[in-house]
Design a protein around this ligand. Structure first.
Ligand SMILES: [Ca+2]
Ligand SMILES: [Ca+2]
Length: 354
């Protein structure tokens, strides 16, 4: 992990959240969007199926080049339409950029504030996943866009930035480390030179846990975990820039944002986003890795997956884990071996739950 920017430079790049009002639309706890027709039509996504992008229709700081576009790019998994975003036009504003249809049940620790937005049934786990691809096989100089879990007004709780580099798409992750004021934003490059000619699957998960310095954010690219970091909770808790609302923020949508230096040559091009999803729910517990974790009511503590009873939990472990163990430890004395192992794990189990 390395710090690429001084804090002021980074703050200028990232900007500061603005308070804004956005209409909320009823939705479920999870949302999957492929931008196909129906209901999506080409042109601005503002007002389509609960998405907002008021700038892109001329009602914001700038008319961003964020549009539902016909897929003429040959990506089979993208269907006939995708969300296309370029950095031809940028601004330092937030509430007028592109936001996914918000979830009903927001994610936030107990003290996370909602501003003008509704919370629903508060959850502590957020996930978003989407595919990104380039509209061009060659570099679009300067092309960049950021994607952030947000409550709907630019109160970002995490941050990914995609940049078109010399060798392909570069991906950066920013989190806030420590409790300093001003906040210590740390940028980490989590991917370098992703191919411009195939889509890439991006996934970000966020566990928010009561108290400072403990949220867990994970970034996956093309199925592999590339980084584990934390959220921006401590920026909102400790940085005097956030004095007007000195608390972490809820998350219920994803912000796609064009800020920083504009590159007009990228107009009508940029990156495609498709197969988007987001969800809120409880922090995942499991899967169990030892049968004794299922015993003494332990099966009830798992939600990944959920078990109906102890037997189902034990069968799951037998099918997913013990086979590996036996292969690894098959010395012909399985009975004794398993017995000793069970004993140890039982102790661990009790310690954890007492
Ligand atoms: Ca599509
Ligand atoms: Ca926390």
């Amino acid at each position: 992990m390395r710090k690429l920017f001084g804090r002021l430079a980074l703050a200028a790049l990232l900007g500061v959240p603005l308070t804004g009002l956005l209409p909320l639309t009823a939705s479920a706890d999870s949302l999957s969007v492929n931008f196909e027709n129906p209901p999506y039509t080409t042109g601005s996504i503002n007002g389509q199926d609960g998405w907002t992008s008021t700038g892109s229709v001329g009602s914001g700081c700038a008319v961003y080049d964020h549009k539902v576009a016909t897929n003429t790019y040959g990506y089979a998994t993208f269907g006939k339409q995708s969300l296309r975003i370029s950095d031809a036009i940028t601004s330092g504003c937030f509430g007028d950029q592109t936001f996914a249809k918000p979830l009903v049940n927001a994610v936030g620790e107990t003290t996370a504030t909602a501003g003008t937005f509704s919370v629903g049934a508060r959850q502590n786990h957020f996930e978003t996943q989407f595919d990104i691809a380039s509209t061009m096989p060659t570099q679009q100089v300067g092309m960049h866009v950021s994607v952030s879990p947000d409550r709907g007004d630019g109160s970002r709780m995490s941050y990914l930035r995609f940049e078109d580099g010399l060798t392909g798409i570069n991906v950066f992750f920013d989190d806030v480390q420590g409790t300093a004021n001003p906040a210590n934003f740390v940028e980490t490059q989590v991917a370098t030179g992703l191919s411009r000619t195939v889509p890439h699957k991006i996934k970000l998960t966020m566990d928010v846990i009561d108290g400072p310095s403990n949220d867990v954010v994970k970034v996956y690219i093309d199925g592999g975990l590339v980084h584990t970091g934390t959220s921006w909770e401590n920026y909102y808790r400790y940085d005097s820039e956030a004095a007007a609302e000195q608390s972490p923020r809820i998350v219920k949508t994803v912000l796609f944002r064009s800020s920083g230096t504009a590159h007009p040559a990228n107009a009508g091009k940029g990156f495609l986003f498709d197969n988007f999803s987001q969800m809120s729910g409880p922090i995942l517990v499991g899967p169990p890795t030892n049968k004794d974790q299922c015993k003494n009511g332990g099966w009830k503590t798992f939600n990944n997956p959920v078990f109906k009873n102890q037997g189902e939990c034990i069968r799951f472990v037998e099918n997913h884990h013990d086979k590996d163990d036996k292969d690894k430890h098959n010395h012909g004395d399985n009975n004794n071996h398993d017995h000793g192992q069970d004993h140890n794990h039982n102790k661990n189990h009790n310690n954890k739950h007492d």
